[in-house]
Write a protein that binds this ligand. Structure first.
Ligand SMILES: [Zn+2]
Ligand SMILES: [Zn+2]
Length: 443
């Protein structure tokens, strides 16, 4: 290291330090960045260790005698947040990572102690691997963590997180449906009227909902939000109109949302809508899909554009209601098809399905056709044919439920029946069409 660099770094005057940067060569500036980053990792590690010690002294068994409570803070994290000025998330991260530094067998704690990874990177590894089910042995986790630490140098922490997520889904493929369900349970949307007269929308979408919603907006606002380039003159005119619109993309998002709500609100509840947006692509290995269909095994699928894996059950359900399944070989590297031509129910077939089933076929469910998806009784993803006789209406909830629990719908008598995956019993599924129910009551 150069003499000058050291003296400038040690200099207490930040403003003159900033001014000495101006004439420096690029290489020198980059070297300085690396050096400061190393010092920062060291300092962050120490801060984490102190935060963990504060947390230890604030443990619940210390009660009011705990240091956090004595300082007037409810928790150690609040104390760290207040005294350091970091965010609540950062305070939690300092405490949890700090506690690992003293653990000599923990690869992430050791890497933080050695100053080889930043806290953000350490957190990416730890928080993803910690979401493995308890069934994954500690040694396996440690090996994975060590491999990720080794991989981390030179990668952005977001990239490390993506790698960690993939490793986690491999270690704990059985946990994919649980993690998917947890995310699904966190979905929310709220409308808050503000004093200004505006209303704020806030919410969280689970990966599946996000894939559908994102795609709907992308399509409606293409080319503002990604989307294809057009060769067809009509599509090009439409694209130009969207590009030339004086509104910002965010304003057009609102217009699109209102338009979609308008369409939905004025739709005939007795008519089955279009299907799951066909541009959603779901990547899954053929083996995982086949094993799921046979009622065994586990695995993971990925919705294009979404970071979190979904279960093969979800992949199967989405492809049966219109998403494009892209099947991969066992290694997950070679695509066996490239989104084969879609064979969705035609508008005429949808009218026939709506008229025949009258809504979700599951007993006790009152969702009308407009709220339903068309389920293929011979799974579309496994080569089922798209004719009306192979489709039944299920609401989104019951469609999820059916695939998740591997129940099957089979032909029975002159209609359909639900074959329970665990008991094997078959429950008849009479049509919800009122006219037909009336007929039955009369006989
Ligand atoms: Zn289905
Ligand atoms: Zn239902």
């Amino acid at each position: 290291m150069q003499e000058g660099t050291t003296s400038t770094l040690e200099s207490g005057d930040l403003r003159s330090f900033a001014l000495t940067l101006r004439p420096r060569a690029d290489a020198e500036l980059l070297a300085l960045t690396g050096e400061l980053a190393a010092r920062r990792r060291e300092l962050d590690g120490r801060l984490a260790a102190v935060a963990a010690e504060l947390a230890r002294r604030s443990a619940p068994d210390a009660g009011h005698a705990g240091i956090a409570q004595r300082s007037g803070d409810r928790t150690a994290a609040r104390l760290v947040e207040r005294t350091t000025g970091v965010t609540a998330d950062e305070a939690r991260r300092l405490i949890t990572l700090g506690a690992r530094i003293t653990d000599q067998v923990d690869p992430v704690g050791s890497a933080v102690a050695a100053g080889t990874v930043s806290l953000a990177t350490a957190d990416a590894i730890v928080s993803e691997l910690d979401r493995c089910a308890a069934a994954v042995p500690a040694e396996t986790r440690h090996e994975a963590a060590a491999a990720l630490v080794a991989l981390a140098s030179g990668l952005r922490s977001a990239e490390v997180r993506r790698e960690a997520r993939e490793v986690r889904d491999q270690l704990d493929a059985e946990g994919v449906p649980d993690r998917e369900e947890r995310l699904h349970q966190q979905r929310c949307l709220s409308l808050t009227p503000l004093p200004t007269g505006m209303t704020r929308i806030t919410g969280l979408l689970d990966p599946e909902s996000a894939a559908l919603v994102t795609d709907a907006f992308d399509q409606a606002l293409s080319p503002r939000r990604g989307g294809p380039r057009f060769v067809d003159p009509a599509a090009q005119t439409r694209a130009d109109r969207i590009l030339d619109d004086a509104g910002t993309t965010e304003q057009l998002m609102v217009d699109t949302l209102v338009h979609i709500v308008n369409l939905a609100a004025t739709a005939d509840p007795g008519e089955l809508f279009g299907q799951t947006s066909p541009a959603v692509r779901v990547h899954v290995t053929a083996g995982d899909l086949a094993r799921h269909a046979e009622g065994e095994g586990s695995g993971a699928a990925v919705l294009e554009g979404q970071a979190e894996a979904v279960s093969p059950a979800t992949a199967e359900r989405l492809s049966c209601s219109g998403a494009i399944p892209i099947l991969f070989d066992a290694t997950g590297t070679r695509a066996l098809n490239l989104g084969r031509e879609q064979r969705l129910f035609s508008p005429r077939q949808r009218i026939a399905l709506a008229a025949r089933d009258g809504g979700c076929l599951i007993p006790g469910c009152d969702r009308p056709p407009a709220w339903c998806e068309a389920h293929h009784i011979h799974e579309y993803s496994l080569g089922g044919r798209t004719d009306v006789g192979a489709g039944v209406l299920l609401c989104r909830f019951h469609h999820r439920w059916l695939h998740l629990h591997r129940h099957r719908i089979v032909r029975g008598g002159d209609g359909f029946a639900l074959r329970h995956a665990h008991t094997g019993t078959a429950t008849p599924l009479p049509s919800k069409q009122r006219i037909r129910v009336g007929d039955r009551l009369r006989t």
